[in-house]
Design a binder for this molecule. Structure first.
Ligand code: PMP
Length: 426
């Protein structure tokens, strides 16, 4: 870790915390973050030339493994025609059509450059369209760092203990209502109270920012019904789940149709891309057709579109999601068995190619309370033991982990052998 340590020391002098996004600083687990030099397939390599099996995958985008040749080719080829024009291109139409084909509820969509931009824009659109100010989100769900959404947020905000960040005026935050994930009664009660004041519900259909918590039976269907009843907009934030839990996202997996969807991560194949879209009549409320303003100098950037399109095209070929689901199941079952063999109580959640494990005696974890009550000290130890064994897990107990098509049986067996050793040491 000598080189990483040196880089980290240097970085902290000039970049806050030494990182450009908080969770990377290893605050959730302590110690020195690995500075990464390169990556290939399921592996990342740090500045000290250590190789790690990577279960972070750049926090989701690398679903085909790192440095995929089809994506790399598309980027290089497209870059030769110029990097950015600030004018429309045919690639943007091709991208929009591809996304619509995979996620049909997105009748119209617009590209942005990050997940944060996608959710921020979708919220503004929902507010503009309904003429209502309040929004409803779930405790522990993370939707990027826009002001309205950093209220009882998950991910790094939860890891750093600032789910309600300073810098957001109380007058602003008061419009964000929060209730418990997987609790329809609380949603019903809050709608009964605020009736026609709530512009939208925004939800991670599988929560991935308080570890991994799938929706309980009927939860997403219940949200759909409540939004229909109160003429509120249902937004599925599929930045993480999009193209990951299934090719058509969580909405295909659970068969529930939102009014708006936000996308990120996989849609850019590793380049900075996000998108939001949905019902035509709502999307046509966006400028220049409608009055709600939203824009971006680099939105629909040709290199980003080419990378994303290559990723989506590759992902659509063969039954990649069956492969991903099988691999995830093998890993999850293997981890559970290895923990049991070593007398460690572990609960695992997984959907498609995302999973999370909890150090707890409870059988199933379905709530934020349960997730935050798990043994995070044990997680920290396990994380570092696994790192020493060459396995790079998400450096926080409150993040989901991800598989890629490059995680072969052999690589998963290696991971499980490492886990067996690490559980024994706990
Ligand atoms: N929504 C969800 C569900 C996310 O997981 C994230 C990022 N982890 C975001 C939004 C924000 O995306 P970005 O980091 O690209 O701004």
């Amino acid at each position: 870790m000598q080189n990483s340590q040196q880089l980290f020391n240097h970085a902290q002098d000039i970049i806050p915390g030494g990182v450009n996004s908080p969770v990377r600083a290893f605050n959730g687990v302590g110690g020195t973050p690995c500075f990464i030099k390169r990556a290939e397939g399921a592996y990342i390599y740090d500045a000290d030339d250590n190789a790690y099996i990577d279960y972070v995958g750049s926090w989701g985008p690398m679903i085909l493994g790192h440095n995929h040749p089809a994506i790399l080719d598309a980027v290089i080829k497209t870059a030769k025609n110029g990097l950015s024009f600030g004018a429309p291109t045919e690639l943007e139409i091709t991208m929009a059509e591809k996304v619509k084909q995979l996620v049909p509820s997105m009748e119209k969509l617009r590209m942005v450059s990050s997940g944060t931009e996608a959710t921020m824009s979708a919220i503004r659109l929902a507010r503009g369209f309904t003429g209502r100010d309040k929004i409803l989100k779930f405790e522990g769900c993370y939707h990027g760092h826009a002001d309205s959404l950093l209220v009882k947020a998950g991910s790094g905000a939860l890891t750093m203990g600032v789910p309600n960040s300073p810098g957001i005026p109380a007058d602003f935050a008061k419009h964000t209502l929060t209730v418990s994930f997987n609790n329809l009664t609380e949603v019903e009660d809050i709608f009964a109270k605020y009736a026609d004041e709530i512009a939208c519900i925004i939800v991670e259909p599988v929560a991935g920012n308080m570890n991994c918590i799938p929706p309980v039976d009927g939860f997403l269907q219940g949200l759909r019904k409540i939004c229909d009843q109160y003429e509120s907009v249902l937004i599925f934030d599929e930045v993480m789940t999009g193209f990951r839990v299934a090719l058509g996202g969580a909405q295909a997996y659970y068969n529930v149709k939102p009014d708006l969807t936000t996308l990120g991560k996989v849609i850019g194949g590793g380049m900075p891309v996000g998108a939001f879209g949905g019902k035509k009549e709502i999307m046509d409320y966006i400028a220049p057709v409608g009055p709600v303003y939203q824009a971006g100098t680099l939105s629909g950037n040709p290199i980003a579109m080419a990378a994303g399109l290559a990723a989506l095209s590759e992902l659509s070929q063969g039954d990649k999601h069956q492969q991903l689901t099988d691999a995830t199941e093998k890993l999850a079952m293997g981890l559970k068995a290895a923990a049991e063999r070593n007398g460690i109580a572990l609960s695992i959640n997984y959907v498609g190619a995302m999973f999370g494990f909890f150090f707890t005696g409870e059988d199933t974890i379905t709530s934020y309370e349960q997730a935050t009550q798990c043994d995070s000290a044990l997680f920290k130890k396990f994380f570092h033991y696994m790192l020493e064994e060459g396995v790079y897990l998400a450096p926080s107990a409150f993040e989901a982990s991800f598989l890629s098509t490059a995680h072969t049986d052999e690589i998963i067996d290696k991971t499980l052998a490492a886990a067996d050793k690490c559980f024994a040491k706990l």
